[in-house]
Design a protein around this ligand. Structure first.
Ligand code: AMP
Length: 497
């Protein structure tokens, strides 16, 4: 199995940012032969959602088995007989990326708890915005946390519920959560998939020979030969057990607000998220970007920043009627062992990952398209590289609007001080990045690419990155701003890893 992944951009990570924000993929399969092997394949297709660690939990009718590893799915689960290591007809899995501070084995999922009613394994994609608050409350009541992961709080809440039935306990726990989450849980009887009340994080239901499968993205269903049934809806809990498949609505009804950054960067291009092809949306972003930002410049070639900028650059080139060329070549064999997240090595990291293709660039007026610009670190180096390869002019276009606000729902974004567009005008950004011209897609353009017009009173997507419009309150942040010691005390635990 290849270690390459198109979305992996370790140089963009900030090792000093010790937040607990997670990017992850989840998967689960109910009552199927070789459940753990199928789960490993599903996780392999979700590798872009997290490259740091992965894990699988299976249930064999009597016992739960779990394996959790640092590193890639292929290394951890690619060899050996998984049906011996992780036997049973039910399994769930998780692939995870966290920022430096939270990266140790105790935080790797699936998490497991032995509850009054039996075992429970849990895989969680997303981030709870009231985790520190819940954690403090649970610790004061005597809970002993083994990890710093917000997912563990969910287990404690389930364990403490006094409701008689398991599903009611689970529901009572869910009702205390705030933020973005897609969960896949497995008990000795059930496989459960849940999406947060706004549907911020994605989760789909698939069918594998009549059995239920849950996955973060449809590309994992394609990988295992399952058919796509439907998205789990926002605020929906789907339960597979010997009664069949049942749907529950544990929350008051509200309008969905899925995360728009899944379309901009995070999801794989061949996935269909909330009924929309990621690839098609990205191409439309590029098309619209060309309409919005081609005036006043003359270009020879459109070059994507690979790989995440490719679909948008294609749409851009088609709309602008200019040649699309691979002017930058991506090395797919950049393993994590090479790139340690220190500043100097990150510098080297970009050169190891991307190389200029002089035959395309020399003497040309080049228009570079990237999917998004976060800190600008990657862009500065790419622009320098393209100039050094002899480009006559370098114009940069971002297929997302300016990223001005951090995320708290499971996408790894730095604080505001480090977000380039939050601190500079477009003209300043052009100077900082050393480009002849700079342009961003508008928020209207992004909604157009989604076949929508933004309803400002009730926005259809979670789009705070560009608008500052957060779909939930941010309880931990509000408390932390008033009371710094809470965050410091909670995070002090990290040092012990
Ligand atoms: P930066 O150097 O911080 O501006 O990073 C921008 C690059 O990182 C772009 O090429 C994006 O494709 C990629 N990127 C955007 N968002 C993320 C994210 N949340 N995690 C990792 N990479 C990202």
């Amino acid at each position: 199995m290849s270690h390459a992944h198109e979305h992996w951009s370790p140089p963009a990570r900030d090792p000093d940012d010790d937040s607990l924000r997670l990017e992850c993929g989840v998967f689960g399969v109910y009552d199927t032969a070789e459940a753990s092997g199928i789960t490993a394949l599903g996780l392999h297709a979700l590798q872009h959602r997290g490259q740091e660690a992965c894990g699988i939990a299976s249930f064999d009718g009597q016992r739960f088995h779990t394996e959790r590893h640092m590193g890639y799915v292929g290394d951890a689960f690619g060899g050996g007989d998984l049906s011996k290591r992780l036997p049973g007809r039910h399994a769930i899995g998780h692939t995870r990326y966290s920022t430096a501070g939270g990266s140790f084995l105790r935080n790797v999922q699936p998490m497991f708890a032995d509850l009054e009613a039996g075992g429970l394994a849990l895989a969680h994609n997303g981030n709870l915005t009231n985790f520190l608050t819940l954690r403090e409350q649970l610790v004061s009541e005597g809970a002993i946390f083994q990890s710093t992961s917000d997912s563990e709080a969910i287990l404690h809440l389930i364990a403490r519920s006094r409701r008689p039935k398991f599903l009611d306990r689970f529901t009572e726990a869910l009702q205390q959560l705030e933020g973005g989450y897609a969960l896949v849980a497995m008990t000795n009887k059930k496989l459960i998939g849940v999406r947060d009340p706004l549907g911020i994080r994605p989760l789909v239901l698939g069918d594998l020979h009549g059995r239920a499968v849950f996955a973060s993205e449809t590309c994992a269903l394609d990988m295992i030969g399952a058919t796509f049934v439907r998205d789990i809806e926002h605020g929906e809990m789907v339960v597979a057990d010997d009664k069949g498949l049942r749907s529950f609505r544990p929350f008051p009804a509200q309008q969905a607000r899925p995360c728009i950054f899944e379309y901009v960067y995070f999801a794989r291009p061949d996935s269909v998220v909330n009924g929309r092809s990621i690839y098609e949306v990205r191409k439309r972003m590029g098309r619209r970007l060309a309409q919005e930002s081609l005036t006043g410049i003359d270009i020879d070639v459109v070059v994507p920043v690979p790989d995440s900028g490719v679909p948008a650059a294609l749409g851009f080139a088609q709309e602008a009627d200019k040649p699309f060329e691979m002017g930058i070549i991506r090395n797919h064999y950049v393993g994590r062992t090479f790139i340690q997240p220190t500043q100097g090595e990150r510098e080297l990291g970009v050169r190891m990952k991307l190389a200029p293709n002089r035959s395309v660039l020399a003497g040309k007026k080049v228009l570079l398209v990237d999917d998004s610009i976060v800190r600008g670190t990657n862009s500065v180096r790419v622009v320098r590289m393209v100039r050094e390869a002899g480009a006559a002019e370098v114009h940069l276009r971002s297929a997302s609007p300016p990223i001005m606000w951090p995320d708290y729902y499971g996408i790894d974004m730095p604080d505001r001080e480090k977000l380039l567009a939050a601190n500079h005008t477009v003209e300043e950004i052009a100077r900082i990045l050393g480009v002849d011209s700079m342009g961003y897609l508008s928020v209207e353009g992004l909604y157009w690419a989604m076949d929508a017009v933004r309803d400002d009173a009730h926005p259809q997507y979670t789009d705070h990155y560009f608008t500052g419009d957060y779909p939930t309150r941010l309880l931990d942040k509000e408390i932390a701003e008033g009371r710094n010691e809470l965050v410091e005390r909670q995070l002090s635990f990290l040092v012990d890893a």
